[in-house]
Design a protein around this ligand. Structure first.
Ligand SMILES: Cc1ncc(COP(=O)(O)O)c(C=O)c1O
Length: 414
C-alpha cells in the first residue's frame, strides 16, 4: 500500500490531489498504451531512502563516498538487463526515455549529421527527429513515413531514403505503431548505407524480452527503452549496446548529459527486471497481445477503422474520420466516462497534431489489472458507444456507471 497519510499533515493540498489520483486510477480504465501499474515491490523501491543518495559515476567508480549499497543495486540492475536482453552492455542511469535517446545521439552522431527516424505524425517519437525536438535542431533530420494505404512501414521506401540521404544514424521504433518491426531489415539498410542502427523499444520492451517479438539486440548498435511502460517499472530508462559502444554510451549518459543517477529508480528498475524474468511475466505479455487483438476486432465489428487492420502488439490505433468525431472530442467524452486514452494522428491524417483524427489505445494497464478478452471487448463497446453519442450525457453516465462497476471487480492494490 502507498502511505499517503504521511503527506497529509505536512501538505494537505498534495495529499488531496494524490488521493484523488488514486481514486481516479482505481475507478477508471487506463487505455493509454504507455502507462501501467507498478507492483508494490517497485513502488516500495522508488519510495525508499535510496532517493537520499548521490552516486555520480558508475559502480566501483563513484565521485562520492558511501556508495557500497548503491553499487550493489546498480550492478544488479545492469546484470539483470544484460542477462534478460542478452546484451553486451547495459546503462541503467538515463532519467527517462528522451534522455536515453539523447545519449544515443551523443554517443553515435555529431551535431549536423543526418539522422533518420519515423515521422511523428506517423507514429514516431519526438526524439526520432521531429521538427520541434532537439533531434531536428542539432541534427539534419530526415523522416520516413508510414504507407497511408496499408498503415505499415514500407521498407523499400526507408531503404531508398537511406541511400539518398546517407544518414549517420537510423532509428527504428515508435510511439504509435501496432505492427511488428523488422529490425533485421533496418540493420541491413543501415549496414548498406554505413549508418549506425538504433532501436527504441520503449513500448514493446516486454514483448522483446519475453521473445514474443523480434529482438533488435543482436543487430542494433544501441537499443533504448523506458522502464515504465510494458516493463512495469519506475519512470526511467535503459540503453543496451554492443561492447564497442559501451564507453561512448556510458560517457554520453554521465558526464555527457546527466549528473547523479536516481538510485531509487535504479532499485525500481532492478526489481522490475527481476519480475520480468519470471514465467508470470511472459504469461502477462501474451495476454497483452491477445487483449489488444480482441479490442481491435471488437472495434472493427462496430464499423470503426482500425489502422493497419489490426495489431501485433499492445497497441490499437483507430481512425475516427468515418464517424465524424475528432479524436480530442472522443478523448474528452471518454474522460467523463472514466476511460482514459489519447487523441492521436493516424497515417495520412488530414487534421493537425493538436486536433487529430484518431485515438490511440493499449492493453498493458488493463491486462495488469486482470482484464481478459471478454473485458476488452466490453471496453471496445463502451468506447464505441461514447464515440457514437459524444453529446449524449445519458450514454456517458451509463458507461461511467458500468466502468466503475467493472473496476470494482478488478481492484488495484494501492
Ligand atoms: C518510442 C518512445 N521513445 C521514447 C519515449 C520517451 O520517453 P519519456 O517520456 O520517458 O521521455 C517514448 C514515450 O512515450 C516513446 O514512446
Amino acid at each position: 500500500m502507498q502511505n499517503l497519510d504521511l503527506i497529509r499533515p505536512v501538505d494537505p493540498e498534495v495529499y488531496a490531489a494524490a488521493v484523488d489520483e488514486t481514486t481516479r486510477q482505481q475507478t477508471g480504465i487506463e487505455m493509454i498504451p504507455s502507462e501501467n501499474y507498478v507492483s508494490q515491490a517497485v513502488l516500495a523501491a522508488i519510495g525508499s531512502v535510496l532517493t537520499n543518495k548521490y552516486s555520480e559515476g558508475y559502480p566501483g567508480r563513484r565521485y562520492y563516498g558511501g556508495n557500497e549499497n548503491v553499487d550493489i543495486i546498480e550492478r544488479l540492475a545492469i546484470e539483470r538487463a544484460k542477462t534478460l536482453f542478452k546484451a553486451d552492455h547495459a546503462n541503467v542511469q538515463p532519467y527517462s526515455g528522451s534522455p536515453a535517446n539523447q545519449a544515443v545521439y551523443y554517443a553515435l552522431a555529431a551535431p549536423g549529421d543526418t539522422v533518420m527516424g519515423l515521422a511523428l505524425p506517423d507514429g514516431g517519437h519526438l526524439t526520432h527527429g521531429w521538427k520541434v525536438n532537439f533531434s531536428a535542431h542539432y541534427y539534419n533530420s530526415v523522416q520516413y513515413p508510414i504507407d497511408p494505404d496499408t498503415g505499415l512501414i514500407d521498407y523499400d521506401v526507408v531503404w531508398k531514403m537511406a541511400r539518398e540521404n546517407k544518414p549517420k544514424l537510423i532509428w527504428a521504433g515508435a510511439t504509435a505503431y501496432p505492427r511488428v518491426f523488422d529490425f533485421d531489415k533496418f540493420a541491413e539498410i543501415a549496414q548498406d548505407v554505413g549508418a549506425y542502427f538504433a532501436a527504441d523499444i520503449a513500448h514493446i520492451a516486454g514483448l522483446v524480452v519475453t521473445g514474443l517479438h523480434p529482438d533488435p539486440v543482436p543487430v542494433a548498435d544501441a537499443v533504448s527503452m523506458t522502464s515504465h511502460k510494458m516493463l512495469r517499472g519506475p519512470r526511467g530508462a535503459m540503453i543496451l549496446c554492443k561492447q564497442e559502444h559501451a564507453k561512448a554510451i556510458d560517457r554520453a549518459v554521465f558526464p555527457g548529459l546527466q549528473g547523479g543517477p536516481h538510485d531509487h529508480v535504479t532499485a525500481g528498475i532492478a526489481v522490475c527486471l527481476r519480475e520480468a524474468s519470471l514465467p508470470e511475466y511472459k504469461t502477462y505479455c501474451r495476454q497483452v497481445i491477445v487483449n489488444a487483438q480482441a479490442l481491435a476486432e471488437a472495434f472493427a465489428g462496430r464499423g470503426f477503422t482500425v489502422v493497419s487492420g489490426g495489431t501485433d502488439n499492445h497497441l490499437v490505433l483507430v481512425d475516427l474520420s468515418n464517424k465524424d468525431v475528432p479524436g480530442k472530442v472522443a478523448q474528452k467524452a471518454l474522460d467523463r466516462a472514466h476511460i482514459t486514452l489519447n487523441a492521436n494522428m493516424v497515417p495520412g491524417d488530414k487534421r493537425s497534431a493538436f486536433d487529430p483524427s484518431g485515438i490511440r489505445m493499449g492493453s498493458p494497464a488493463a491486462t495488469t489489472r486482470g482484464f481478459e478478452e471478454a473485458e476488452m471487448r466490453q471496453v471496445a463497446n463502451w468506447i464505441s458507444d461514447v464515440v457514437e453519442h459524444v453529446d449524449d450525457d445519458k450514454v456517458i453516465e451509463r458507461v461511467r456507471g458500468e466502468v466503475t462497476e467493472m473496476c470494482g471487480r478488478f481492484p488495484l492494490w494501492y
